[in-house]
Design a protein around this ligand. Structure first.
Ligand code: NDP
Ligand code: GUE
Length: 348
């Protein structure tokens, strides 16, 4: 049906120099009108689907990694009688944070980890939160501690994150971890989860990194800067663009690999993408969508359809980097438990 409408309108178009309104003024056969109405409802015509061969299926890759982790956990229980444990601390009742924390706990259960959780009210004092972190630092059942961000305004994020014992900092946010990432010959204890997930996607998709031009859009401590450092460690030539960069679009359009982490919904359009580039979209933004059950849907920092038309490979949102972040959190927690099991001392 849809194709017959397209054929019909194409025929009409030649007589009217491309105006789509022709469909309304030139009588169409009944079946074409039905197709036109279907195509117009509920809003714009559906875009051409992105071929599966272009998609980086982060959810499937994360599922594979979680399967690999579950095997390691079972072996560790056998060999060392030790179960990895992750503690997740949530302050306040932000809906998105609650959702993430729930999925982290579920992911722990699925791979056979113990999970510990502390939910605190939004008005908890900094001292009380510090006490929770210190208790987890001292608890031998806990190999990883994650304090869900953002924290309420009255609490110093820096003070809390600095209090997490470096051997349990599975988020990899400690300055020593980031510092090690920036130095040749050094290896951080934990690589931050989202940046690690981006690299894992490139590696599992066999995307060459060495010698390629990469553009990272964003320079935050938790995504942009560490992802740029990781790409650079793998011998990419990396340019970081940020909110004060003039001509970010032109710079980006020269890159073979683009990592978008600017926190601006659908900012990176097709014009930013060099034909054949690989696009990793870290962004998670809620966009109003009355046709969606929840009234919104998730979109990335990349305008997906336009970028996909240019890219050779692209991550979707949801189902791209997000699930990898959780898989990498599990992997970091497993590594932490393995260090304990093997009695490895922690040095930088
Ligand atoms: N999938 C996942 O697991 C995760 C997803 N996210 C998502 O990733 C995105 C980035 O997160 P995060 O790094 O925490 O965000 P931040 O807001 O901390 O940082 C955004 C960065 O983008 C830069 N930026 C902002 N506007 C522009 C612009 N117009 N042009 C170029 N650069 C710009 C900022 O520049 P400047 O430094 O100059 O201000 C800043 O460096 C968000 O969409 C977030 O929701 C985050 C964590 C995990
Ligand atoms: N200490 C700390 N560490 C974090 O790693 C951390 C944090 N705080 N605060 C918030 C951000 C955000 N983040 C995400 C994790 C998973 C998905 C994810 O799984 N997203 C799914 C969709 C989930 C949905 O449907 O809502 C997807 O993209 O497919 C998204 C975002 C971790 N963060």
């Amino acid at each position: 049906m849809a194709s017959s409408f397209h054929r019909q309108s194409a025929a009409n178009r030649s007589a009217t120099r491309g105006s789509h309104r022709v469909a309304a003024i030139v009588p169409l056969p009944h079946h074409a009108v039905v197709a036109a109405v279907a195509a117009a409802a509920p809003s714009a015509p559906a875009p051409t689907p992105v071929p599966a061969s272009k998609l980086i299926d982060g959810k499937a890759i994360a599922d594979t990694i979680r399967g690999e982790i579950a095997v390691e956990v079972a072996a560790m229980k056998q060999q060392y009688n030790l179960t990895p444990g992750l503690a997740v601390v949530l302050v306040g009742a932000r809906k998105d944070s609650e959702t993430y924390v729930r999925s982290k706990k579920k992911a722990c259960a699925e791979v056979g980890f113990d999970s510990f959780g502390t939910d605190l009210p939004a008005d908890v004092s900094e001292e009380e939160l510090l006490k929770v972190v210190e208790d987890y630092n001292a608890d031998p059942r806990v190999h990883g501690i994650l304090v869900q961000l953002p924290l309420p305004k009255h609490i110093s994020e820096k003070r809390i994150l600095d209090a997490i014992s470096i051997e349990k900092d599975v988020d990899g946010f400690h300055p020593l971890n980031i510092g090690s990432l920036a130095m040749r010959g050094r290896h951080p204890l934990f690589v931050p989860c989202t940046p690690k997930g981006c690299i894992e996607l490139l590696e599992r998709m066999k995307v060459p990194i060495s010698g390629r031009k990469a553009c990272v859009i964003g320079r935050s401590n938790i995504v942009g800067m560490p992802v740029a450092l990781l790409l650079q460690r793998r011998d990419a030539t990396v340019t970081i663009v940020h909110s004060k960069t003039p001509d970010a679009q032109r710079i980006c359009s020269e890159a073979d690999i683009v990592v978008a982490a600017c926190g601006v919904a659908e900012m990176v359009t097709g014009d930013w993408i060099k034909p054949g580039a690989v696009v990793i979209d870290v962004g998670i933004n809620a966009k109003d969508d009355p046709s969606a059950k929840k009234g919104y849907r998730l979109v990335g920092d990349v305008e997906f359809e336009g970028a996909a038309a240019k890219a050779s490979l692209i991550t979707p949102v949801p189902g791209g980097v997000g699930p990898m972040t959780i898989a990498m959190l599990l992997q970091n927690t497993l590594e932490s438990a393995q260090r304990v099991a093997k009695g490895e001392s922690v040095t930088h």
